[in-house]
Write a protein that binds this ligand. Sequence first.
Ligand code: NDP
Length: 251
Amino acid sequence: MGTLDGKVALVTGGSRGIGRGIAERLGRDGAVVAVAFARETAAAEEVVERIRKDGGRAFAVQAELGEHGDARALWDAFDARVERPGVDIIVNNAAVGRSSDLESLTEDEFDRLFAVNVRAPFFVVQQGLGRLRDGGRVINISSGAARLALPEIMAYGATKGALDTFTLNLAKQLGPRGITVNSVAPGIVDTDTNAGWLRGNPEAQAQAASQSALGRIGRPEDIAGVVSFLASDDARWVTGRVVDVTGGAGL
Ligand code: NDP
């Protein structure tokens, strides 16, 4: 028996990195997982295959977030594949950008950051509300960057601050239906987002590891375990919170 047997989960950005770790974990916990992705079809299919090999059930859902009508397109694609209508767990994980300092960010880049990282989760939930079953879960993947002053990723950090405020309000609004809403805030995790400056660069790795009290860089499964807990019945009394999963960054 898995903790999420009988549940259906949607994970945006489930094809790679942290989202992949979350999708695979929820699949192992017993949920049917919709692995949403933007462009990397092969990566999404690989995740679906992995979940099936581990004895779970999953399917891939393609939708580019950050465009007008994106959430409707995502849910249409979801509805076309899901066996039983409805969803129990929405994980808003897909996001873009890091480098976003005050001096060089353009207006278009700023708009894109907010469109993918804030507007998309807002409308994914709005358009998903009729499908989200009572007692369900919304889990927004935020960032430690929402709480630390990191000027070189200032606008990115601001998108995650906005997401946390969304979490707070949504928790109040959906509480009467027994739906919990929480943010999970990772620190530096070894994913493709960070590949350019982190992989193959021992100095950068040592510097990144030293930011955590535990002395290492995060792994997708570190984040997935916390998401799995928040999705489970054991976390039914936790809502409207930001759970720091940075390995103790900035202590
Ligand atoms: P990755 O870059 O490794 O993966 C991004 C995922 O999001 C992919 O599945 C990608 O799909 C999908 N995606 C990207 N853009 C879009 C879009 N426009 N529409 C739909 N899907 C999209 O990201 P990470 O795993 O590093 O990050 C996951 C989450 O964790 C993000 O919210 C990020 O802000 C947060 N985070 C990450 C940290 C880190 O150090 N990695 C630290 C703190 C927070 P496809 O494969 O099709 O391109």
